[in-house]
Design a protein around this ligand. Structure first.
Ligand code: PLP
Length: 435
């Protein structure tokens, strides 16, 4: 008998889960196998993380070989080959202008690292008054104090009261069902919301603001796609005021929206990129922060024996994570994942939006291989309908992610049109069956 009590599950309704557990025993390709022997189709690529499929043979082998050769190397003042090789590969994968990589173990750590780089960069350049950080409502930047503070999903903040970083403000989010419900791709409405940054700059003064951080497409809040021209406008305002623009690409990098990094799809270049998840195909925890040579070089002053940036993790650039990352990046290229996503995207959009007339549905949104179906909440019980849909889908052999009453989809980058059809047939059956 498996004792369920000791484990406190993250972001989970623990009591409901423990009375009706959904336990995964193994995975292969597009499918999970549960402890009670059922096969479940994964519509979410792990947690936006495992786009190349579960137990990808090349990554499995790389990890097995690496752990038997070098399990761990001290991360401070010494290093190992794999970390350098992966940094170079990530840079080759990234858009021009990104030249250096700082490794972390998660997206949350990548975000907090990026915020610290932004603050440090202004300070080493003699602009130490720039300490304000601007996030966005409904943004998700992980769960550490920096990311939580610039994040804007109310439920993630409420329990922790005023324990946020003090110097933070937020842009408004861009979802307005009156104006942009059922948009396919980027909504035409909402560009003016980027101009709110000018209002925030006027309020706080540019010389006090360090950085703006946004997800190019907000994922965890239920796939909020930037209005046409919105990211371009943010870029232009940041540049004009000397504010660093950070794109949190924990989800959008590694072909989730087609191009290697999301910024390439939009043609808008930030100053700093954070990423995680797909960097190792979710196999070993790892995150990364990408910066330009100009930012890196600004820190490279002072005596040569001195540490330039007082920051790092015991597991930064971990050998086994680096091996997984090297194998994953080779696979993205050799399996021509960019073209496969481009082919799949129209099928995904079509299958998702075909649910427009299903019960409870009040909005459908998509971009690249990110999609969401928003349901009306049950009166007085927000989240209950989403939870029931998740559980019922799982019972019918489909893993679907929900946050409150929004179902989110992140199909495998190598998925097929048939399996998309199967996915949304199950979702429709479940929506037809629930109150
Ligand atoms: C945009 C974004 N930033 C940060 C994070 C946090 O990443 P992690 O859960 O690896 O800490 C996530 C996780 O989904 C994310 O989507």
């Amino acid at each position: 008998m498996l004792n369920l009590e000791p484990y406190w599950l993250p972001y989970t309704a623990n009591r409901a889960f423990k009375s009706d557990p959904r336990i995964i025993e193994s995975a292969q390709g597009f499918y999970y196998k549960t402890r009670d022997g059922r096969t479940v189709l994964d519509s979410f690529s792990g947690l936006w993380s495992t786009g190349l499929g579960h137990c990808h043979p090349r990554i499995v082998k790389a990890v097995q070989d690496q752990v038997a050769r070098l399990d761990y190397a001290a991360a401070f003042q010494v290093s190992h080959t794999g970390a350098f090789e992966l940094a170079e590969k990530v840079i080759n994968f990234a858009p021009d202008g990104f030249d250096h990589v700082f490794f972390t173990n998660s997206g949350s750590e990548a975000v907090d690292t990026a915020l610290k780089i932004a603050l440090g960069w202004h300070r080493v350049r003699g602009e130490g008054t720039r300490i304000k950080l601007i996030g966005r409502e409904r943004g998700y930047h992980g769960v550490n104090f920096g990311g939580m503070s610039v994040g804007g999903i109310p439920g993630n903040r409420k329990m922790f009261g005023n324990a946020m970083l003090p110097n933070v403000d937020h842009l408004p989010h861009t979802l307005d069902l009156e104006h942009n419900a059922f948009s396919k791709g980027q909504p035409g409405w909402g560009l003016h919301l980027a101009d709110e940054l000018e209002r925030i700059v006027a309020l706080h003064n540019a010389e006090n603001i360090a950085a703006v951080i946004v997800e190019p497409v907000a994922g965890s809040a239920g796939v909020l796609v930037p209005p046409l021209g919105y990211l371009e406008r943010l870029r232009e305002i940041c540049t004009r005021h000397g504010i660093l623009l950070i794109f949190d690409e924990v989800i959008t990098a590694f072909h989730r929206i087609g191009t290697p990094f999301g910024c390439q799809r939009f043609g808008v270049m930030p100053d700093i990129i954070t990423t995680a998840k797909g960097i190792t195909n979710g196999v070993i925890p790892m995150g990364a922060v990408l910066v330009s040579d100009a930012i890196y070089q600004s820190f490279m002053s002072g005596p040569e024996h001195a540490i330039e940036f007082f920051h790092g993790y015991t597991y930064s650039g971990h050998p086994v994570a680096a091996a997984a990352g090297l194998a994953a990046l080779d696979s993205y290229v050799e399996e021509d994942i960019g073209s496969r996503v481009a082919e799949l995207e129209p099928f995904f959009e079509g299958a998702l939006h075909a649910l427009r007339d299903a019960p409870h549905v009040i909005d459908i949104r998509n971009f690249g291989l990110m999609g969401a179906i928003e349901m009306a909440p049950r009166p007085g019980a927000p989240g209950a309908r989403g939870m029931e849909a998740h559980v019922k889908c799982f019972e019918q052999g489909l893993m679907v992610r929900h946050s409150t009453d929004t179902l989110a989809f992140s199909p495998f980058l190598t998925f097929t049109a048939d399996l998309l059809g199967q996915t949304f047939d199950t979702v429709r059956r479940v929506l037809d069956a629930i109150d």
